[in-house]
Design a protein around this ligand. Sequence first.
Ligand SMILES: [Zn+2]
Length: 317
Amino acid sequence: MLAVHQPNELGQVPVLEWHFFTTDPEAEDEYTRTIDDFRADLEWLYAHDFYVVSLRDLVTNRIAAPPGKHPVVLTFDDATAGQFRFLEGADGSLTVDPNSAVGVMEEMYTKHPDFGRGGFFSFLPFNCFAVPDEPEQEPFCDAKLRWLLDHGYEVGNHTFGHADLLDVDDATFQAEIGEAVLWLDEHAPGHDGDLMAMPYGNYPDPDLHARQVAWMRDGFVYEGRRIKLAGALKVGAEPAPAPADVAWDPIFIPRVQVFDANMEHWRPQFEDGEVVLYTSDGNPRTLVVPTDPSWLMKSLDAGGAATQGRTVVRYDP
Ligand SMILES: [Zn+2]
C-alpha cells in the first residue's frame, strides 16, 4: 500500500489564490484570470493527482485526501462578482452562473467527484460579490453566503474595510477584524471568520505594534465577542509547508498567486519533484514519512504531530 501510493505527509501543500475573473482574454492580468484559464487550472490539478481540501483541514492537520493524492487549497480574495454570480430566471429562481468561479468548480466536482470539493472565500462585506461593476448582484449577497456554506465552501475574514494592518492603532486593528466577524455572525452563521487573509499580505509591524502581534495568536475581545484566529494567509509566495513541519505557522501561511508567469514557474517544479509535495496515505490519523529523502525527518515537528493526534509511520520507499 505505502509502496504503491508513496505517501509523504511532510511534503508541501500549494494554497492557490485568485482575485478577479473575466470572460475577456484581453482583460487577463496578474489579478484577473479568464474563466477558461481557471477551468484549465483545475483540470491541470486534477490531471496531476491534486485533491481539493479545505483551509480548515490544512490548519487543523486533518487532511483527508485519498491515498496517493496531493492536497491543494483553493482561495479567493475580495468577494468579486466573477467569483460567484447568480443568474436570475424569469420566475425569480437563482442559478449559479457557469461562467463564474463557483460555477466552474461545481462543474469540476460533478465531473470528477474524486477531485474533492471546496474553496475558501476571504470575504469583504462592502464588495459582496458585486465588484467591480455588477451592482445588480449585490441583493444576492446573503443568499450566496448561505449557498457557499451549505455546499461545503468556506467564508472567511478579509477585514471589514480591506485595511492594510501594517501600521494602524490598536482600536482600528481590533475593529477591522472584529467588525468583519460580527457582520458574518449576522449574515453568514456557520462562517469561518477565524480564518483570515491579510489584505495586501501585511501584518502588524512587530516593532510598532507588539500587542497586535500577540492578538494575532492569542485573540482578543471585541464588543463582547471573543475573536481567536485559527489561521492567517499571506499573499505570496510559495507552497505552504505541511502542518507537521517545524516551518509551519498557521498565522503565516504562504500562498501561490495564480497567473500565467507564476504558474509557468511552479508547475514544472510540482511535476518534476523539485517541490516535494505532500502525498496523502488516506488516513488522517497517521502521519506517514518515507525514509528517503533522509532530510525530511529533520523537519518533523514531532510534538506538533502528537498534539494533532497523529501517529508517525516510517517506510522505505
Ligand atoms: Zn484583498
